[in-house]
Design a protein. Structure first.
Length: 208
């Protein structure tokens, strides 16, 4: 048996205790500021998006009615905001138009109670984003006599703040706006449904 001494094994290096990485205070501040800016930016985008479409509380519901001039497809003449002066009250009806059968039936139903509208001194005017040709066909098909104004440019719909209230952001929903002889808006209602029973509508419209 050999008496030679075995070499000592390589000494082990003590394991270093694990320390979680420490963030520099300046880095923590930068991360916090960055997160805050992201939240503020998203909030700003939401406000801008709401501002474009307005809100239930801020939509044009009173004050001077915006001026306009548009062709009435039924009579062929141009109707402007001076129309208000010729009637005690003008009931503007904004809708999707020919792509909404219920909207055209809404006009029909109101023509069926024209006597009650006359008694209430209400002159109905329909405004849609349809082309003149589309409105001519609709007027013939539904035998409509109510003034049908074409608003292809969406100028009136924008001025009266009715866009984006239905299923399409670039079209009106189903809105009625009441304007008096002085050209002042005195009532407005944005309906979520595409057809309002005439009796329900008349009950909602304030009596002069």
């Amino acid at each position: 048996m050999s008496n030679k001494k075995r070499p000592n094994p390589r000494p082990r290096t003590p394991a270093r205790s694990y320390r979680s990485p420490q963030h520099h205070p300046a880095r923590r501040v930068a991360l916090s500021i960055g997160c805050t800016l992201v939240v503020v930016a998203l909030f700003g985008v939401a406000i801008l998006a709401t501002g474009k479409r307005g809100s239930a509380a801020n939509r044009l519901a009173n004050g001077p009615a915006p001026a306009f001039a548009a062709q009435d497809i039924v009579s062929g003449r141009v109707i402007s905001s001076s129309y208000f002066k010729s009637h005690e009250y003008t009931l503007l009806f904004f809708s999707e138009g020919v792509m909404c059968q219920s909207c055209l039936e809404q006009i029909q139903s109101l023509e069926h109670i024209s006597g009650q509208l006359t008694k209430r001194h209400l002159a109905l005017v329909s405004i849609t984003p349809d082309s003149p040709e589309e409105l001519r066909q609709a007027a013939a098909s539904y035998k409509i006599h109510t003034p049908l104004l074409t608003d292809e440019s969406r100028r009136m719909s924008t001025d009266y703040d009715v866009l984006g209230l239905g299923m399409h952001a670039d079209m009106p929903g189903h809105t009625f706006i009441l304007v008096d002889r002085k050209g002042t808006i005195i009532w407005r209602h944005d309906y979520s449904k595409m057809y309002v029973p005439p009796a329900e509508l008349l009950n909602a419209i304030p009596k002069g």
